[in-house]
Design a protein around this ligand. Structure first.
Ligand SMILES: NC(=O)c1ccc[n+]([C@@H]2O[C@H](COP(=O)([O-])OP(=O)(O)OC[C@H]3O[C@@H](n4cnc5c(N)ncnc54)[C@H](OP(=O)(O)O)[C@@H]3O)[C@@H](O)[C@H]2O)c1
Length: 307
């Protein structure tokens, strides 16, 4: 327990006593047993903030304004409701425009954005107001710190104030692992509702995921297909392709379903409406425990980005 990382099988009692020893404050709302459970009928998960979030959606990293607008529009038309953007992606305004232009009621849509270390963490109120202005959708469903970094606690405490004002509904972190969370959590008041980290079959985070989930925090994976430049290797992996063939689905769908069955929310990136539709179609098949295990064995601890 005094090591840097908790093993995957750490018991609930061990986690609870660690929380107590480290004086980690529980979220204001008591964490109910429902928090973190995936509802495969409704395709949502209950967050510790009391809000429901869809368990699959769209990532918008590297999408130009036009691609982003078209992709978000395609997502919403196909029944998807979860969108991940960030200040760094430069496309918050395009996301907001697509949300405003759609026929889908605002309250059914869940938009995540992020603020970035450096200037934004040093002046977080301005960064948050800028995000609200660019998105222009009334409130932000969830805001994340994009990375750990100087002034991250200050930036998070500023986000907490916007939660009190109802301008942000839920808070989260990105690129935080066990060591970073151990240091960060005792310094803030609202337990994050979500942590978004790199997760794919070649970089599985099998020790970190249960640690985060045991804190009542939902895990979301970025680069589900390994990220651009790596997708053909991952989607062409023979183990994944064989499983896809057995279920008459695509490799992309197998990877996304593997995430969901591990309790990991997925936000695949795409600028192709056919892929966007395919990536939402994950509920007419189920992987067996053996298939999950086969994919678990593909882990190479191979990170595809620096953070
Ligand atoms: N917090 C962070 O630090 C961080 C870092 C990186 C990413 N993210 C988030 O995670 C999201 C996902 O990552 P990503 O978009 O970079 O990479 P990704 O989802 O692993 O891969 C995207 C690539 O997969 C292709 N693709 C999508 N669906 C497909 C399908 N059904 N069949 C075949 N190919 C498919 C896309 O091509 P098409 O366009 O042709 O569909 C695109 O080239 C990002 O968009 C972003 O929102 C967060």
């Amino acid at each position: 327990m005094d090591g840097k990382r908790f093993a995957g099988g750490t018991s609930k009692e061990e986690i609870e006593s660690w929380l107590e020893e480290n004086n980690i404050k529980p979220n204001e709302a008591p964490v109910s047993a429902e928090v973190g459970k995936f509802d495969f009928e409704k395709k949502t998960v209950m967050l510790n903030s009391g809000y429901e979030m869809p368990i699959m959606g769209l990532g918008t990293y590297s999408l130009s304004d036009e691609e982003c607008y078209n992709s978000v529009t395609a997502l919403l038309k196909s029944g998807g409701r979860l969108i991940d953007t960030a200040y760094m992606y430069g496309n918050e305004a395009a996301v907001g425009r697509a949300v405003r232009d759609s026929d889908v009621p605002r309250e059914e849509i869940f938009v995540i954005t992020k603020i970035y270390p450096g200037e934004q963490f040093a002046n977080p109120e301005k960064a948050i107001r800028d995000a609200l202005d660019k998105l222009d959708i009334g409130y932000i469903d969830m805001m994340l710190l994009h990375h750990p970094g100087e002034n991250d606690v200050k930036a998070y405490l500023a986000m907490e104030k916007f939660v009190e004002e109802g301008k942000i509904h839920s808070l989260g972190l990105s690129n935080f692992y066990v060591e970073e969370l151990e240091e960060f959590l005792p310094q803030v008041n609202i337990t994050p509702a979500l942590v978004q980290n790199e997760i794919h079959p070649y970089y599985q985070e099998n020790d970190v995921i249960p640690y985060i989930q045991n804190l009542g925090i939902v895990v979301q994976g970025w680069y589900p297909f390994g990220g651009r430049g790596h997708t053909s290797e991952l989607l062409g992996d023979s183990v994944i392709s064989e499983i896809a063939k057995a279920h008459d689905v695509t490799s992309a769908q197998v990877i996304l379903r593997w995430n969901l069955q591990k309790g990991v929310v997925v936000i695949p990136g795409s600028s192709n409406p056919d892929h966007i539709r395919e990536n939402l179609d994950l509920f007419d098949f189920e992987l067996t425990n053996e298939e999950i295990q086969q994919i678990n064995e593909l882990d190479r601890h191979e990170k595809h980005d620096w953070y």
